[in-house]
Write a protein that binds this ligand. Structure first.
Ligand SMILES: [Zn+2]
Length: 344
């Protein structure tokens, strides 16, 4: 099985952020962990993570420990959002527009007005290179399945949020949310990279400028040194020494360029600031899916904050998606994303 690259870079980031030294390879990490981290993660100080090492998979103990470690200090608040109007009809059309279940027949069975729980995770990012840039990223998820709800992040403030005190917490909120936070942090990483596109571009521009100047400098230097060789006053030995120096110039220039690439490398640090967990009124839709002789019912929420259906999640890899396909599993079937559909 190929190693998930997002998990790998997520892990490298958390370890580095907490004092670990990490060497990232294509399918594994070599990490040197400080005492505290090695103790908390229950791993040796020098460890290989990923392929042929400690497994790094969704649901693996290592990943759960990492997520716990990364979020242990973020405060969590609980609240509810209020909406003035909840859509009453047109759900069948919305299902057909938004969701795709491969070529299998589906049927809208029923709707139920209820509440569902969602999480907004607020993360701070800090990108450092020759310049620094920091900011906040919000990721919103459906707590039931970890689907990323993009229309909820940045919108919840407009829906009269009210907060519960610790003594009056409704029982709707699930106790175990490690999977949700893990999905949120991975999504925050992807969003941060998108947010920093302009920053990366600026850094690349600076790097290209400095590399160009360096090349021009060495080319000019080489021309000048070659011209000096013509000087009749030079002894044979001096001439040979200078020729040797000229021959060394390309390697010296390459070293300078490597140094520049190091200098302009961007380090990104993402930390969780707070988690907001909300009860939101929704319309819960039941959809029946027929695959061969099998029948399954699934639930999808109409979300009044995003004014849309909540997306689905792949039942194999957990990725948020609008399109799933039935996938044989034991005597039933899973609904999986197109990437997982190609795997055995
Ligand atoms: Zn998948």
């Amino acid at each position: 099985m190929t190693q998930d690259q997002e998990l790998l870079s997520f892990t490298a980031q958390i370890l580095e952020q907490n004092g670990g030294a990490v060497e990232q390879h294509e399918s594994f990490l070599m990490a040197l962990l400080p005492d505290k981290l090695s103790h908390l993660l229950k791993m040796p100080e020098e460890v290989r993570i990923g392929e042929n090492g400690t497994p790094l998979l969704y649901g693996s103990p290592l990943l759960d420990n990492l997520v716990q470690f990364a979020t242990q200090e973020a405060p969590v608040v609980y609240g509810e959002l209020k909406v003035d109007y909840l859509k009453k009809a047109g759900f069948e059309q919305l299902i057909n527009q938004k969701l795709s279940f491969g070529k299998v027949p589906t049927r809208f069975v029923k709707k139920l007005v209820t509440v569902s729980t969602y999480m907004v995770l607020i993360c701070r990012y800090l990108a450092m290179s020759d310049e620094r840039k920091e900011g906040l990223i919000e990721v919103a998820l459906h707590e039931e399945n970890g689907a990323i709800i993009s229309g909820l992040a940045g919108q919840w403030q407009n829906y009269h949020p009210g907060f519960f005190s610790q003594t009056e917490l409704p029982s709707h909120f699930p106790t175990h949310v490690d999977d949700i936070i893990r999905a949120a942090m991975i999504s925050a990483q992807v969003d941060t990279k998108a947010e920093l596109a302009g920053f990366f571009k600026g850094i690349r521009r600076h790097l290209n400028r400095d590399v160009k100047n360096t090349r021009e400098y060495y080319q000019a230097l080489q021309r000048e040194m070659e011209a000096n060789l013509e000087n009749p006053k030079l002894s044979e030995e001096q001439r040979n020494q200078r020729k040797e120096k000229i021959n060394d110039l390309p390697a010296e220039m390459d070293r300078k360029i490597t140094d520049l690439e190091q200098k302009y490398q961007v380090k990104i640090n993402i930390t969780t600031c707070a988690a907001l967990r909300f009860l939101i009124p929704v319309v819960r839709l039941t959809i029946e899916i027929k695959y061969r002789k099998l029948v399954r019912e699934i639930h999808v929420n109409y979300n009044p904050i995003s004014h849309s259906l909540d997306p689905l999640v792949c039942e194999r890899c957990g990725e948020t998606t609008w399109r799933v396909n039935p996938f044989d599993k034991d005597s039933g079937f899973l609904l999986v994303c197109s990437r997982c559909n190609g795997k055995n």
